[in-house]
Design a binder for this molecule. Sequence first.
Ligand code: RVP
Length: 500
Amino acid sequence: MAVYLNEVSRTFGEYLLIPGYSSVECIPTNVSLQTPLVKFKKGNKPPMSLKIPMTSAIMQSVSDDTMAISLAKEGGLSFIYGSQSIESQAQMVARVKSYRAGFVVSDSNISPEGTLDELLMLKKKTNHSTVAVTIDGSSRGKLVGIVTSRDYRVSRMNLDTKVKDFMTPFEELIHGNKDTTLKEANNIIWEHKLNCLPIIDDEQRLISMVFRKDYNTNKKNENELIDESKRYMVGAGINTRDYAERIPALLQAGVDVLCIDSSEGFTEWQKIVLEYVRKNYGDTVKIGAGNIVDKEGFRFLAEAGADFVKVGIGGGAICITREQKGIGRGQATALIEVAKARDEYFNETGIYVPICSDGGTVHDYHITLALAMGADFLMLGRYFARFDESPTKKVNINGNYMKEYWGEGSTRAKNWQRYDLGGDEKLSFEEGVDSFVPYAGSLEDNVGLSLSIVRSTMCNCGYLTISELQKNAKITLVSSTSIVEGSAHDVLLKDSRQIL
Ligand code: RVP
């Protein structure tokens, strides 16, 4: 006979936190959101932690290198999507690792043989008034000069005039080299009253530019997630098919942490991949696994060697797995059970395996709830898809700006490996949809706001760390009637948009 679980499968929206005593020290600026990313032994420090409990989903419409850089700046981590060729995924990882805050690859370049007319067209296209003059007109060519608007006067010059005849030549330029730090670059910029400093390699090839305005914006990121060499940290999704080729390429590109990306991870396929990693790399390579929704799934992956375990099936905003296949579990219920299994495993073995709540986070308070229910960090798709930094198009629909957001199980993503159960069988039905989400602006602004809400809620409950919140939070179930009570009710809203 089938096993019936008596507990109802519940979502975050059915729970609330009960505020607790807050001391005078309990203020948002004193809250630490640092959280372990990978497993560690009792009494030891986790070998890798996040500064904020947020990771971006392993999805084409969410996590590319641009997203990864922006999220690492805020202290979180992106897992670059694996549903692309090994080469292009590795290139994305490499771009994150080679990115240096404040050092931008020049996107306005011209050859010395170019004309004033061509220069003006380039300026119109890029909107940048500083143009690097390289021997072949490329962003990495040998630097022979710079042109700024101070170098020419359109009214007095022939449009056919060659760039080499009015540029500031290399000999008169002040430049930095590959070892110049951002601080040094800024000092040079100030000392010489420059607008930008070109950075070149030993062969005089242009590497990047440091602009005065970028230094100011980059100084703010004190919370950034960086490795020992001060490079941004980045993760990558892998599958259970081509892992033996993909993993070495990603490691070569400098990836910090891997995650097996699958809609259902309680499988021997995941064990095989974890064993492959341990056999070939020992504990030096960090790899998460999932997704699972119960204690058996957690224990299986923890024993197989996963560095963290991802929880959630069918809760994603674009996911229709529950409708299509009738499998899954309410995200809150799944998380509560898996967190208990994680704690039991810790008590038995002394090994703490962090868990990630993946999918179904809709409101900011769901983040706090997930943490209180035991999640060490969250993975978010819809949330990040709304920002400027996501890889998708911004479109105007009926006067409102939207961003595209599609599931990895949609025909658009064609990520069949994620749903692969081995054999030759190819996915023949969709488990995800293609959709729009309301455009929300910059990642920095939104993450800042969401986390200020999380910090403030933690203070209401009386806790300054995620681990205190996990151990002591008081959580209550709410009836459907009291959910109604929780939003504006029995009033006529003056602005009907507030209802949305
Ligand atoms: P959400 O944050 O609710 O948008 O959910 C994102 C999660 O949904 C992903 O991290 C992944 O686990 C899951 N996903 C991605 N694609 C699909 C699908 O097509 N069904 N589901």
